[in-house]
Design a binder for this molecule. Structure first.
Ligand SMILES: [Zn+2]
Length: 360
């Protein structure tokens, strides 16, 4: 009986300890007194915090499910049309979340209307490897990329790497930029291949959390010369890219309009916003787009464009094909068109903004 009483007392003590500040728990004082009155019992559990008698083995936890995983990318360079240029791999592996954070795509705005996002932000854990998106030579490694001052440790890009690639486009040089690193591994002058480790994901510079800010620059290694990275990185296998030019009836592009893309099969809804030429956002020389959504498994999608509070949203169906660009234009009340731009007759040159714009 005494042993049973003791065990009850121990259990009660344990439960009392777990109960914390619960007001319903009775005072343990009488029980402690009872235990103290049992000197003949050698098992001194109340004085022995060792959990041995109650120890049990927890199963080894498996890897956290990676909800953001998606298929590996098509091999680069990938181009199903003569005007596509999926030359780069993503800088973060497919077993990490390797596509843009929805609110931090190219051309988005943060904090103020005049701060344009000149790249895409890819969410990843601190310390995740950052890989070179293509072969080239490292031309920047460290602090100060935005201000071009290597000693500037308050630079918004934080620790960053820029690569001048071994190939260009339409006679112009291509660069990629990887910002906010925790640690830079590449060094200036180093030649890297696609997939080479160049740094680790971090949160240096102007950030709210660890991620990679990834830019593609055409022509010059400057944030005035960026293009949408989602038009330059190969899509995941079996997935496609939606590209659009959203305009009003006068054919002027409309900025910051919300576009819903809804999968007919799964009902999954993607929200993407249009960007404008102006600021530091530039359109692709061929597509002249102001919307890109590169995260779409092949299939049928409903497109809803909310372009005017007083008008009915534009709606249509589009099909996304594996490894391809689906292109559309929208002209307010005139609706949708899927005709691609005509073949170019002039050499492509990206439109450039007149004034510098801060970058996140
Ligand atoms: Zn960014």
């Amino acid at each position: 009986m005494k042993i049973k009483t003791l065990l009850t007392a121990i259990l009660f003590l344990l439960l009392s300890a777990c109960a914390g500040s619960s007001s319903a728990a009775p005072s343990p004082t009488p029980v402690i007194a009872e235990v103290a009155d049992l000197p003949q019992v050698t098992f001194e559990a109340p004085q022995t915090p060792s959990p041995e008698p109650f120890q049990f083995n927890l199963p080894t936890p498996g890897a956290e499910p990676i909800s953001g995983w998606r298929p590996p990318l098509y091999p680069v360079p990938w181009a199903m049309s003569p005007y596509d240029h999926f030359y780069f791999i993503r800088p973060v592996a497919a077993d990490q979340v390797n596509w843009p954070i929805a609110d931090y795509r190219y051309g988005g705005i943060f904090f103020a209307q005049d701060i344009i996002h000149t790249g895409i932000d890819i969410d990843a854990e601190k310390g995740a490897p950052i890989m070179a998106a293509g072969p080239g030579t490292v031309v920047w490694a460290g602090w100060g990329l935005f201000t071009e001052t290597p000693t500037n440790d308050s630079d918004p890009y934080g620790l960053a790497v820029a690569i001048r690639h071994d190939f260009g486009y339409q006679g112009q040089q291509l660069y990629t930029v990887y910002a906010h690193m925790d640690e830079v591994i590449a060094v200036v002058g180093q030649h890297v291949e696609s997939g080479d480790l160049i740094g680790l994901v971090g949160a240096t510079g102007a950030v709210t959390g660890p991620h990679v800010h990834f830019e593609v620059r055409l022509g010059e290694n400057s944030f005035h010369f960026t293009l949408n990275p989602e038009l330059w990185t190969a899509p995941p296998q079996g997935w496609g890219v939606l590209v659009g030019r959203v305009m009003d009836e006068k054919k002027d592009t409309m900025r910051h309009k919300e576009v819903l893309v809804i999968s007919e099969e799964t009902g999954k809804t993607y929200l993407v916003r249009t960007y404008g030429s102006g600021g530091a956002a530039n359109a692709d020389p061929y597509y002249n787009e102001n919307l890109v959504l590169g995260d779409l498994p092949a299939g049928i999608y409903k497109l809803i464009i909310i372009y005017d509070e007083e008008k009915k949203p534009g709606q249509t169906w589009v099909e996304i094909f594996p490894g391809q660009v689906t292109y559309f234009t929208f002209e307010g009340e005139n609706g949708f068109d899927s005709t691609r731009p005509p073949a170019p007759t002039l050499e492509f040159l990206p439109a450039l903004p007149a004034t510098p714009t801060p970058v996140r």
